[in-house]
Design a protein around this ligand. Structure first.
Ligand SMILES: [Zn+2]
Length: 308
């Protein structure tokens, strides 16, 4: 009986300790700003999941250096506000730099939310040029009444690089490289060699809508070369522009999907088929989730047809 009572006592104690530890870890997670949407992928490296339902489709990553925070992709203003608050829950260090992988609104229209908080915007020179022209025009002509740009203003990049830029304080290293033109002219990616994390912008996505290939300066051949180039890097985690983080194989899946679409559009166009015929006739189903949206594929096929 004594033993039994002792056993019950021990179980009860263990449960209490377990509950206390679980609660403590929950508190810790909450204190570090983690939610279903936010994950600390490695010490000081945070990922914020984009949400198309809230028109915050693009992902965001931030790295906490010794003296400052570097943010990758500014989202739309309403997404940027959420990101800013979330970052402030993970650190009290200043957000000093925001790197836009490319100029598109879902990655750059939130720039001013961060510059108002003291940050400077960085992107490749090619991206900065696109931002000042196509980006500014898109901002000015914004028409989504449900998601107004109220409270934000157009903010260009004030720090640029031609081919590459490195942030390294001994604790963290982030290598930014321009690998475009691909999805746009100025596409650049960020690689964290210690954590083997690659942040690709929209050169790689993992969601079911596939890529948007409609940019006036998209370059499909070089896009494929860029994917091949990154596939040679030592990558454990790919953070895509849209969709959930994935293994390195996401780069290859992306390459196959785009290469297949490109080859089928090219062959069809040469054979005299119309954009409509190709949009409804091309079968990309072997690419699984990446090609799951028929409407998304059709839009890309039409855009590609027009540009080839
Ligand atoms: Zn995007």
């Amino acid at each position: 009986m004594v033993l039994k009572a002792h056993a019950i006592y021990t179980v009860a104690m263990r449960f209490r300790i377990f509950a206390a530890l679980t609660f403590a870890s929950l508190l810790f997670v909450a204190a570090r700003g983690q939610t279903d949407r936010v994950k600390e992928l490695a010490p000081g490296v945070f990922f914020w999941q984009g949400d198309p339902d809230q028109r915050q489709p693009a992902n965001c990553t931030w790295i906490i250096f010794k003296d400052y925070v570097l943010v990758i992709d500014a989202n739309f203003p309403w997404g940027a506000r959420d990101i800013l608050h979330t970052i402030q829950k993970t650190t009290n260090k200043p957000i000093r730099f925001v790197f836009d992988t490319h100029y598109h609104g879902d990655h750059a229209f939130g720039n001013s939310i961060f510059t108002d908080a003291g940050a400077s915007i960085i992107c490749s020179e090619a991206c900065a040029g696109e931002l000042r022209t196509k980006g500014a025009k898109g901002f000015e002509n914004w028409k989504d009444a449900a998601h107004p740009l109220t409270g934000a203003h157009f903010e260009p990049a004030t720090i640029t690089f031609t081919d590459a830029m490195v942030f390294d304080d001994g604790a963290h290293r982030v290598e930014i490289t321009r690998v475009g033109p691909g999805h746009s002219k100025g596409d650049s990616v960020a690689y964290l060699p210690s954590e083997k994390i690659l942040v690709t912008g929209d050169l790689c996505v993992t969601w079911s809508a596939g890529n948007n290939v409609a940019d006036a300066d998209a370059d499909y051949e070089n896009w494929l070369r860029a994917l091949d180039r990154m596939d040679k890097w030592d990558v454990k985690t790919v953070i895509p522009g849209h969709g959930t983080p994935a293994a390195q194989s996401a780069l290859h899946a992306q390459r196959e999907y785009l290469a297949d679409m490109l080859s089928q559009v090219r062959t069809g166009k040469r054979a005299g088929k119309s954009a409509d015929q190709l949009a409804s006739g091309i079968d990309l189903s072997k690419h699984g989730n990446l090609a799951a949206s028929k409407a998304g594929n059709a839009t890309s096929i039409r855009a590609m047809y027009k540009r080839l």
